[in-house]
Design a protein around this ligand. Structure first.
Ligand code: BJW
Length: 242
């Protein structure tokens, strides 16, 4: 007899990578406590002071370069191997989901390990040790000599249309949406839980504290995702496969 498996989609944010040593953006030890977001993650900030912006990304790369996925990342990989996770929409730029072995990952805010030209279509990895050094020169495009910038989505910039469309399609078709380690305040990703709910999916949140979407969620597991998510996944798999 063929088993009908639930279609589960996960949305992840910075909190899932906290146990891997990567700071979150908001909250008491968030990345942006020391800086104003407008000074760092906008195209205007890059135009104004590309060195400051690059130094922030280099500092983050120095943390990231040796970071390893944690139990929460691996729990999602397991769910995908069991053919229950149909897609993973991540706002994170750290690449840890792919490193954990999850295949269908949509990095809607880009990937910090890549740089692209501010002018032409050139794109390349920049995460080599010598480029992460703060004293390193700004990197120029080998094709047109303009500046390279991190290949991430800044405020006021549109998400790549193909990625966003995929994220919406996955959300519309899922039976269960897991929202993990995100404050759910940054749009358009923050609109997906409501979309899933309107389409009849169960929305389940994993966070250390309540968020802007907690009231609309069917269930919230409050606690570190690296603890709560693996437990949830194991119990779900054993229930479905029983
Ligand atoms: C744990 C934990 C543990 C900790 N376990 N949990 C509609 C309404 C209002 C505003 C807008 C709107 N539409 C668009 C906007 C504007 C703007 C926006 O959303 N502003 C809001 C802040 C108000 N959005 C945009 O500009 C977006 N673009 C856009 O909409 O374009 C439209 C357009 C169309 C056509 C032409 C032009 C434009 C782009 C948004 C890009 C966001 N980019 C960033 C930076 C990426 C690069 C980089 O990394 O440097 O993405 S901002 C930053 O926030 C980053 C994150 O991906 C994103 C979300 O943060 P996240 O992941 O939720 O982190 P935190 O820190 O907020 O939360 C961590 C959570 O984890 C907390 O809840 C903790 O409690 C929890 N936690 N430990 C479980 N162990």
């Amino acid at each position: 007899m063929t088993q009908i498996l639930p279609k589960i989609v996960a949305i992840t944010g910075a909190g899932i990578s906290k146990a891997s040593g990567i700071p979150t953006f908001r909250g008491k030890d968030g990345l942006w406590n020391k800086y104003r977001v407008e000074d760092l993650a906008t195209p205007e900030a890059f135009k104004r002071n590309p060195t400051l912006v690059w130094n922030w990304y280099k500092a983050r790369m120095r943390i990231l370069i040796d970071a390893k996925p944690n139990a929460a990342h691996y729990a999602l990989t397991r769910l995908e191997k069991e053919k229950m996770l149909t897609g993973l929409i991540t706002q994170n730029v750290d690449g840890l989901h792919k490193l954990a072995g999850t295949k269908n990952v949509i990095e809607v805010h880009g990937n910090i390990r890549y740089a692209r030209c501010e002018n032409c279509s050139y794109r390349a990895r920049w995460d080599r040790k010598e480029l992460i050094d703060e004293s390193a020169e700004l990197i120029k495009c080998p094709k047109c000599d303009k500046l390279l910038r991190p290949d991430v989505v800044w405020f006021g910039e549109a998400l790549k249309p193909d990625k966003w469309q995929k994220a919406v399609e996955l959300t519309e078709k899922c039976d269960m949406l897991l929202v993990i380690g995100t404050s759910a305040v940054v749009y358009p990703v923050a609109s997906l839980p409501l979309l899933a709910k309107e389409r009849g999916a169960e929305v389940i949140e994993f966070n250390i504290e309540s968020t802007s979407i907690s009231r609309m969620c069917d269930r919230s597991y409050f606690g570190p995702a690296e603890k709560t998510l693996p437990k949830f996944v194991e119990s779900l798999i054993s229930r479905v496969k029983r």
